[in-house]
Structures are given as structure tokens and as C-alpha cells.
Design a protein around this ligand. Structure first.
Ligand code: UFG
Length: 339
């Protein structure tokens, strides 16, 4: 299939683009490069062994998105483009709603006009809100605690409503748990701008000497070691989930399918710091700090629906996640070269 990958230069988008190409698809990157660097592209081309078509387009701009779909002969869209920093979303809610909802609306509108029926969407376990029991199942109610989370809840609803109006749509809502790790080559990986919000890139930057220490946000949670537990999954397993979802959409009669993508196994912050210390060969310094507002004690998936319906399972271990993150971070201490 010829596939438009919005946000294809980003962390999850870049790994997925490579796997789509490896699966025989023609993946076309569409990215505004506001949170990604152009220098990822030659690295992807080297790994793919072929040129990759790239369009620098902000998908919230309707005429631009419409033009892509009009000219592109696409058969499917994989939609990653979006803003994702929880704290920033609290400070700039309007930017988050405009950007995240805007890109989904203009893609769906352009798909309708140009008869593209299939879309895989980057949703998040954040849609389970703050009081969900674990493990989390797809049929739980959705809610959110911050504007970023609400954009995911709302985008899911937009897809469901669009599919009621047009039952020929085939939509996969993929609820990611905590993606980490990097391509085994060490040449592509996660390169957040500014101070990382997420645990893994923060640990990696401390390990490589860019920052002093990891602050562990709370050790008084009702978990075995008192630190928060999450369902970390390797970005390569996550990318494979997109390839499997696309294949499934080609055969299903269901308009909207929702799948958790996680391992089903929780790992605590302390366990992650220890695992990373083993992977990088030295102790990663840390200090316990107060809880981060809005954090929950535990989040992990029931991934059984994805396993039974997609034949997909997250295979890679926490040690592999840390080893691959370390290879990327140690080979690229400052991330991708500046544009
Ligand atoms: N943590 C620290 N120190 C840090 C950063 C994080 O101790 O510097 C802890 C958090 O308290 C939490 C765990 O590490 O217990 C993981 O935190 P992340 O920020 O990496 O991930 P979250 O689970 O909080 O957030 C992720 C995504 C969000 C999404 C959320 C729920 O980043 O986009 O999962 O799906 F909303």
C-alpha cells in the first residue's frame, strides 16, 4: 500500500515508517518538522536502503493536506502528528486543541474527498483517566486529566462519529502505553526538545552526562517499592503493532477497532533506573522528589485483544529497551544534528 505517515519524522513515526517499508509498503513521510529534525531523513533512507518521499506540511492546514491526498494516490494514513507534552498542554490548551484536533479533522476531510478509507491513529493509555483499575481494558470508560489527554479522548470520538456517518471507514485506535527504546542500529531514537518530560529519555540524558540526576517523582505510592509503575514497551514492538493493525483493517468489517499496545507487565521507576544502570555500565544517579501532580500510581495494559485479533505481542524485554536506548543516546549524546 502507499501510505501517508503524518508525523513520520518523529520518534514513533520514524520507527514505524521503516517497518512499513520493510513490510513492502510505500511509506511517505508528512511532517512539519516543528518537533523533529530533517537530519532523521537520511538516516532512515540509509536504514531502508532506498529514498523516502518526504513532504514538509503542517497537516492542520486544510488546503495543504487536501493537496497531498488529491495528488498522492494513497490507500491509507497512519496519523502520528500531534503535540504530546502534558505540562505544556496545561499552559497552552488552545494550541493543543487547535493542533491535535485540527490535524485529525483536516486529514479526515481530505480522506473523505479523495476516497481514502483507512486510518491508523496514535491514541494513548492516557484516555483511561486517573481512576481506572489495572490491567486496563479497551472497553473501560474514557476520560482525561489534562488538555493533551482530552485531545486524545476527543480525537477518538471524532473517528467514531465519522465512522457512523461513513461506515466504509476503517479506523484503528491504538492506545499506546509507555513507548521507549530505539532502533537496534543506534542511528534513530527519541530526541525530545528541551528538558525531557518522560522518564526514559531523562534517564538516558543523565546516563550520558547531559544532566545531573534523575528526580524520582514520589516513592510513597501503593506499589511494591513505592515508585510509580508503568507498562513500558519497545518502540520496535509498537511499530510492528501499526503494521499488524493496517493488515487487519484490510480484512475487517468493523469500522472502528480499538487496541491497547503494551506488554501487560508493569515496571517501577526504581526498577527502570536499575535496569538502565546495568545497560550503561554505571550507576545512574537519582534522588527522590515529591510526586508529580496528575501522576497515577500504576498504569498497565491488558494486551489480550491485540494478541487475539492482530496476532501481535510486545516481545522485547526491559533490558533490551534500556540497551537500545543507551546505544542511541551514547552514539548521539546531543540527539540528531541540528538542521
Ligand atoms: N517519572 C519520574 N521522573 C521523571 C519523569 C517521570 O519519576 O523525571 C516517573 C513518573 O512519575 C511515572 C513514570 O516515571 O511514574 C513514567 O513517567 P512518564 O512521564 O515517562 O510517563 P507517563 O506514564 O506519566 O506519561 C505517559 C505519556 C503521556 C501519557 C501517559 C498516559 O508520556 O503522554 O503516559 O498514557 F499521557
Amino acid at each position: 500500500m502507499r501510505i501517508l505517515v503524518s508525523g513520520g519524522a518523529g520518534y514513533i513515526g520514524s520507527h514505524t515508517t521503516l517497518q512499513l517499508i520493510a513490510a513492502g509498503h510505500d511509506a511517505v513521510i508528512v511532517d512539519d518538522f516543528s518537533r523533529s529534525k530533517h537530519s532523521v531523513v537520511p538516516r532512515l533512507e540509509a536504514l531502508a536502503g532506498r529514498p523516502i518521499e518526504v513532504h514538509e506540511v503542517d497537516t492542520t492546514v486544510r488546503p495543504a493536506t487536501d493537496g497531498l491526498l488529491a495528488d498522492g494516490a494513497f490507500e491509507a494514513v497512519v496519523h502520528f502528528a500531534g503535540l504530546k507534552a502534558v505540562g505544556e498542554s496545561v499552559e497552552q490548551p488552545l494550541a493543543y486543541y487547535a493542533n491535535n484536533l485540527g490535524s485529525t479533522l483536516s486529514l479526515l476531510e481530505a480522506m473523505r474527498r479523495h476516497d481514502v478509507r483507512t486510518i491508523v491513529f496514535s491514541s494513548s493509555a492516557t484516555v483511561y483517566g486517573e481512576n481506572a483499575p489495572v490491567p486496563m481494558k479497551e472497553d473501560f470508560p474514557t476520560s482525561a486529566t489534562n488538555p493533551y489527554g482530552w485531545t486524545k479522548v476527543m480525537q477518538e470520538q471524532i473517528f467514531r462519529d465519522a465512522a457512523v456517518a461513513d461506515p466504509s471507514l476503517r479506523v484503528a485506535l491504538l492506545r499506546y502505553f509507555n513507548p521507549v527504546g530505539a532502533h537496534a542500529s543506534g542511528t534513530i531514537g527519541e530526541d525530545p526538545s528541551g528538558i525531557p518530560n518522560n522518564l526514559m529519555p531523562l534517564i538516558a540524558q543523565v546516563a550520558v552526562g547531559r544532566r545531573d540526576k534523575v528526580l524520582i517523582y514520589g516513592d510513597d505510592y501503593p506499589t511494591p517499592d513505592g515508585t510509580g509503575r508503568r507498562d513500558y514497551l519497545h518502540v520496535e514492538d509498537l511499530a510492528a503493532g501499526h503494521v499488524a493493525a493496517l493488515a487487519h483493517l484490510a480484512t475487517t468489517d468493523t469500522s472502528v477497532s480499538t487496541w491497547n499496545l503494551g506488554t501487560g507487565r508493569p515496571t517501577s521507576v526504581r526498577e527502570m533506573v536499575d535496569a538502565f544502570s546495568r545497560a550503561c555500565g554505571h550507576a545512574v544517579p537519582f534522588e527522590v522528589a515529591p510526586r508529580r501532580p496528575g501522576d497515577i500510581a500504576e498504569s498497565y495494559a491488558d494486551p489480550s485483544r491485540a494478541e487475539s485479533e492482530l496476532g501481535w505481542r510486545a516481545e522485547r524485554t526491559v533490558d533490551e529497551m534500556c540497551a537500545d536506548t543507551w546505544r542511541w543516546q551514547s552514539q548521539n549524546p546531543d540527539g540528531y544534528p541540528e538542521d
